[in-house]
Design a protein around this ligand. Structure first.
Ligand code: FAD
Length: 329
């Protein structure tokens, strides 16, 4: 690892200005919990000349709920806090559960929701300094290689999946992120447009500019009768990444589903909405048969790679169970 300068930022404005002094050859990077950044530095994927510590900025870790505006999370809210926060657990249970099941207790205590959304893919080709420095097209290497955990949808141009599991729940809830840039300017971007398909030859997998900070995550207020559930399916219960994860948000009137949102993570380059399957639910009362039909529809069109066809039936089962769990919540 090459040596670098460390700055404890005191404000968003100062951090933005420091980030703006970087360039492609000598990057200046932000650090929140540092859980991903330090791995990337140790693997030689990132070699910053300066690291800007965001944890010293006051007021970037608020959690606020308003019945009209919805939920506002400061980017520095940790995953541990997100999983425990009563307003989040009561009104956005799929997000609280996603945060609770991400990573390990130690990681969740340090990792922030902002850094989590900005982490780079866990693809072992991407993380390996040999492959990374060789550059070029990852897709062909991974197609011929160890692709057990890669994408089964939308995998023509990239086969990597976005790593964030809270992102799956946030996409199901229709969340947006607030980005703050130079001159006090900020913009709000829907999360589904913020996340880009991972690319080994690009320094980030989102639309954030090098001199912008992610300052807040916002989720619209849930309508009356909103129910939700989340499930992360791994090879083991803890300390592991998922095979897939699913978040379901239903708006119900009695037993009738009025609106449905199903987001699937770790199966496509970015969390994918099962839009055709969602339509099957609207205006209906859920039973086992409908849940099965919804799950079968959601996995239609999957194009698995040489070693990950097993993900299709796993995803189908997880969708069926999560839809049933949401309606019964
Ligand atoms: C064993 C293990 C298991 C894991 N399992 C999971 C899992 O199941 N699900 C999951 O989602 N994650 C998992 N993780 C990953 C972990 O959750 C992430 O590394 C962590 O959430 C990143 O957050 P951070 O605050 O530490 O980010 P950092 O490492 O500080 O930053 C990540 C990136 O974001 C940038 N950045 C950070 N904050 C900002 C900001 N506010 N504005 C602009 N740029 C910013 C940094 O420059 C860096 O590029 C796992 C990690 C480990 C080690």
């Amino acid at each position: 690892m090459q040596s670098f300068e460390w700055v404890d930022a005191e404000s968003v404005e100062q951090a933005v200005s420091l980030l703006g002094e970087g360039n492609e050859r000598q990057p200046v990077v932000a650090k929140a919990g540092g859980m991903d950044l330090l791995d990337l530095m140790k693997n030689g994927v990132v070699a910053p000349r300066r690291v800007v510590n965001l944890k010293t900025i006051k007021g970037m870790d608020g959690v606020r709920f308003d019945a009209k505006q919805g939920l506002e999370l400061g980017a520095l809210v940790t995953l541990a806090r997100l999983s425990r926060e009563s307003e989040v657990r009561r009104r956005f249970v799929a997000l609280a559960d996603a945060a609770e099941h991400a990573a390990t207790p130690q990681v969740r205590n340090a990792a922030t929701i902002g850094g989590n959304l900005l982490q780079r893919p866990r693809c072992w080709y991407f993380r390996h300094d040999h492959f990374h420095q060789a550059g070029g097209d990852d897709v062909e290497r991974v197609r011929a290689g160890q692709n057990q955990y890669h994408a089964i949808f939308d995998n023509q141009r990239t086969v990597m999946v976005h790593a964030s599991t809270p992102a799956t729940a946030l996409v199901a809830y229709g969340a947006s992120v607030e980005l703050s840039g130079p001159g006090g300017k900020s913009r709000v971007v829907p999360l589904s447009e913020f996340l880009l398909p991972p690319d080994m030859n690009r320094p980030r997998d989102t639309v954030i500019a090098p001199n912008e900070l992610l300052t807040r995550v916002r989720i619209p207020a849930p309508g009356a009768g909103t129910k939700a559930a989340y499930h992360k399916q791994g090879e083991r219960e803890s300390y592991d990444w998922p095979i897939c994860d699913v978040a379901v948000v239903l708006q119900m009137e009695g037993k009738t589903i009025r609106q449905a949102s199903i987001a699937m993570g770790w199966v496509a380059p970015t969390p994918r909405r099962a839009t055709e399957a969602e339509k099957l639910l609207v205006g209906k009362t859920l039973d086992e048969g409908l849940a099965r039909q919804v799950a079968q529809t959601a996995v239609k069109g999957a194009t698995p790679l040489s070693k990950n066809a097993y993900k299709v039936p796993v995803l189908e089962a997880v969708i069926r169970r999560t839809v049933l769990a949401a309606a019964a919540a």
